[in-house]
Write a protein that binds this ligand. Structure first.
Ligand SMILES: [Zn+2]
Length: 197
């Protein structure tokens, strides 16, 4: 492959982007024909690379392949909801607007995560990479004031089902897909490829 067609890559150096490779790529066209073989047109395949920055949430995504689940907590003693723990990770407290502190809730999740509600779907959006039917679950934790959305990788969802988090520790994507859930008691060999407790 020529350097010209290398996928776009990014580093941050001294607070600025250093980009390399190609951010707009074209692939060869293919003919569009009718039933008699007459040329009607061509396809124009294109792809673009989007730089998606995590900002203050980066610690959450960095921790998943290390098998850790990071929430955040308001530590402002002057805030009327001080001590509240947020999962999904919130960089700032919605009440005092102060900067939250990251807090590791991996053990708390292992001990207390349960299905609050769930939804199973056969129809997905574009570029879906999850196995259908997708078992979306809303997850509650003791002492956490918010509910997390996730997906169940093994078994069937039920309200109140006890859960364990699993993490994609092999070939991580550094996206939310590195975190999934299984019913408590699922044997390790039953976990999806690349995932571990
Ligand atoms: Zn606060």
């Amino acid at each position: 492959m020529s350097v010209k067609n290398e996928p776009g890559g990014v580093k941050v150096l001294n607070g600025g982007y250093k980009i390399s490779g190609c951010f707009h790529r074209i692939s060869p066209s293919r003919p569009v024909r009718d039933q008699d073989g007459r040329l009607m047109g061509v396809t124009n395949p294109r792809d673009i690379t989007h730089i998606h920055m995590y900002g203050g949430e980066a610690v959450f995504f960095e921790s998943l392949p290390e098998g850790r689940l990071m929430a955040s907590r308001c530590g402002n003693s002057g805030c009327e909801t001080a001590g509240s723990i947020y999962m999904p990770f919130r960089t700032h407290c919605p009440d005092c607007l102060g900067r939250n502190t990251p807090v590791d809730i991996t053990d708390l999740a292992r001990k207390t995560a349960t299905v609050y509600s769930f939804m199973t779907t056969e129809r997905t959006g574009a570029f879906n990479t999850l196995k259908v039917p997708i078992k979306f679950i809303n997850i509650a934790f003791d002492g956490v004031c918010t509910i997390l959305m996730g997906y169940l990788s093994v078994g069937e969802p039920a309200i109140g089902l006890r859960l364990k988090p699993i993490f994609r520790t092999k070939d991580p994507t550094f996206t939310i897909l590195d975190l999934s859930w299984v019913p408590s008691g699922t044997p390790e060999p039953d976990l999806p490829d690349g995932f571990s407790y």
